[in-house]
Structure formats: structure tokens, C-alpha cells
Design a protein around this ligand. Structure first.
Ligand code: GYE
Length: 323
């Protein structure tokens, strides 16, 4: 019921936005002309991000949507500048994946004042939801829970403490905040599972390696690594090997994403479990842009469907994995 109400409200305000947008813009929005989508991407920090960018670019082409694409190199100020430039260019729809959760109110209000609808993809913001049309992406709390639950099940019979180190994503980003929350909530049901250190590796392979090297020096008793994405896990895996330990055996590795390199490590027995986070958001984003442009309604929240992989499942999935 509540969900239906939200959808209805989103639909109504969307129709209003689209109406006013038609009246005020010279791009012929909704009249059959090409839709222009301005998209501000976070950066190119991970395999996930590269696959996400490709998905958006391929889907735009397929859908006949003109894409203005901007890479923010993981800097919020670059994203804000890109969105302002899209407003100036009077694009029909703005899409963006916000690097962090806070600090978007001013620029989102500017987009609203210019009657340009905004679609969030991948990551959330903490702004008033009336400032954007919809948020399309994964449930990151659930992803963290799935990672934690796997460890709870795996260690349910043991009585020894299980020492976990956590490599967090970009500080202040929705996936880092939510995955940590879901993970710690799930492992909280087994007092043997303890997070002994938790630090950001900024979602990159290089940072994941660097932070893991320091953690290995500081702690001699690490049983498990939980990394908020495959890339940090892959960097940490190198650090573990260089320290003379066996990833997947001496230290269990649980990650999130399931990009090809991560799945290869899982199939090779060097990772133990991956929670999938799908970067293939392009088609849904183009569908949403078209609906909005036509004055239709879309759900306020569109959640991506995803699965989990153990080593056997990774071996089976690898040959046909798209990214
Ligand atoms: O998990 C990570 C990327 O926001 C879901 O960002 C995305 C995350 C993804 O850098 O690899």
C-alpha cells in the first residue's frame, strides 16, 4: 500500500515536471525528437564501474538516446560542475551516480528550477526525494547482509574467535555505508565473528593492496577479509600472497560485485564467496529516461535483482559472464 502511494505520488509529480519541461524547453521534449541524457559518472575506479559505463553507453546507442557523458574522477566537485553544465545545455534528462551521499541539495534544486528531471543510478543521496524522479540500483544493505550471513553459516559450529578485517569503499558513499551496516548486522548474530580492523580502500585495487599490507603487519591473526568490492579484494589478495600466505585458505576472502576478475579468483579458490552487484543498469536507465520524457510515471525506487556465488557457482558462471 505504502509502496503504491509512493509510486502514485512520483507519477503525478513526474507528469507535472514533464509538462512544464515541454513548455519551457526548445528541445521538443516528448514530441518525438531525440532525447538528450546528460550522465555524470563517478569515475573509473573499478571493474564494476567500467562495466557500468559500457552498459550506459551501449544502451544509449541502442535506444537512440543522445548521451552526454562525463567522468568525475571520483570527485564530487567535478560531478556538480558536470550537472551544472548539463543544465546550461538544457538536456532533457540528467542521470548521475553520486560519489557520496551528502552535499547535493543546491545543484538538485537548480535542476528542478530548470525543469530538468534527475534520475539517480547506482548510488543514493540523502537529499529530499522530491528533488529527483527515481533511484535505480542495488540494495547495498542487503548485499552486506548476504556477505555476513555466509560467514555466519560457515562458522556456525566453531567456538574459536574468527578475526575479520574489513576493506570499506569510498568514505561517505552509499555502498560503503550500507554494506558495512548490513554486514555488521548479520555477523552480530554470532559473537565469535569479530571485526578487528576496518579501513577504507576507496574501491580501488591499489588502495586495497596498500591497506591490506598495513593490516597484515599490524595483525598476525587475520582469519577473514571482507572487501566491499572485488577490486579491493584482488589488491588485498596480492598483499596476502606477497606476505607468504594463501588467499582463500589461510585468509578467507568475501567480496561484493562479481566482475570477471573477481569471479576468476573465486573459481581459482583464492576468493571464497562473492555477493553479486549488477552494473548492467543501462537498459533500465534508458527506459526510465524515455518514460519520463513522454510524461509517464516510474517507481520512485527501482531495485536491481542479483544473486550470490560460491566457488562452484563461479566456475559454472565464468564462461558466459558478460563483464
Ligand atoms: O561495488 C564498486 C564501485 O557503487 C555499486 O562502486 C557501486 C560500487 C561497486 O566502485 O566496485
Amino acid at each position: 500500500m505504502f509502496r503504491r502511494l509512493i509510486t502514485l505520488t512520483a507519477g503525478v509529480s513526474l507528469a507535472l515536471t514533464a509538462l512544464t519541461a515541454c513548455g519551457g524547453s526548445d528541445s521538443g521534449s516528448g514530441s518525438g525528437d531525440t532525447i538528450t541524457l546528460g550522465f555524470s559518472q563517478v569515475g573509473a575506479e573499478s571493474g564494476w564501474r567500467t562495466a557500468n559505463t559500457k552498459s550506459i553507453q551501449d544502451s544509449a546507442k541502442k535506444a537512440g538516446i543522445e548521451l552526454k557523458f562525463s567522468d568525475a574522477q571520483q570527485k564530487q566537485e567535478n560531478q556538480i560542475a558536470a550537472i551544472r553544465s548539463f543544465i546550461k545545455q538544457k538536456v532533457d534528462v540528467i542521470g548521475f551516480s553520486p560519489v557520496v551521499v551528502t552535499g547535493w541539495d543546491a545543484v538538485l534544486k537548480e535542476a528542478k528550477a530548470a525543469n530538468i528531471p534527475v534520475v539517480l543510478t547506482d548510488r543514493a543521496v540523502d537529499s529530499d526525494p522530491s528533488l529527483y524522479v527515481t533511484f535505480l540500483g542495488s540494495d547495498f544493505v542487503e548485499e552486506g547482509r548476504k556477505a555476513g550471513q555466509w560467514l555466519v553459516d560457515r562458522h556456525k559450529d566453531g567456538s574459536d574467535p574468527v578475526n575479520i578485517v574489513q576493506l570499506e569503499g569510498t568514505v561517505g558513499s552509499a555502498p560503503a555505508i550500507d554494506r558495512k551496516k548490513g554486514f555488521e548486522e548479520a555477523i552480530g548474530t554470532n559473537p565469535n565473528l569479530k571485526v578487528i580492523a576496518s579501513q577504507s580502500g576507496d574501491f580501488t585495487r591499489a588502495k586495497g593492496k596498500e591497506v591490506m599490507q598495513a593490516l597484515l603487519k599490524a595483525h598476525k591473526d587475520i582469519d577473514v577479509l571482507f572487501a566491499h568490492n572485488d577490486d579491493m579484494g584482488l589488491g588485498a589478495m596480492q598483499a596476502i600472497e606477497e606476505a607468504g600466505l594463501k588467499p582463500g585458505e589461510d585468509i578467507e576472502i568475501v567480496t561484493i560485485d562479481a566482475v570477471k576478475d573477481g569471479m576468476q579468483a573465486l573459481a581459482d579458490g583464492k576468493f571464497n564467496f562473492i555477493v553479486e552487484c549488477s552494473p548492467l543498469l543501462g537498459d533500465q536507465l534508458m527506459d526510465v529516461a524515455k518514460k519520463i520524457d513522454a510524461g509517464g510515471s516510474v517507481d520512485k525506487r527501482i531495485v536491481t535483482v542479483e544473486t550470490v556465488f560460491d566457488q562452484a557457482a563461479a566456475k559454472e558462471a565464468l564462461p558466459t559472464r558478460q563483464y
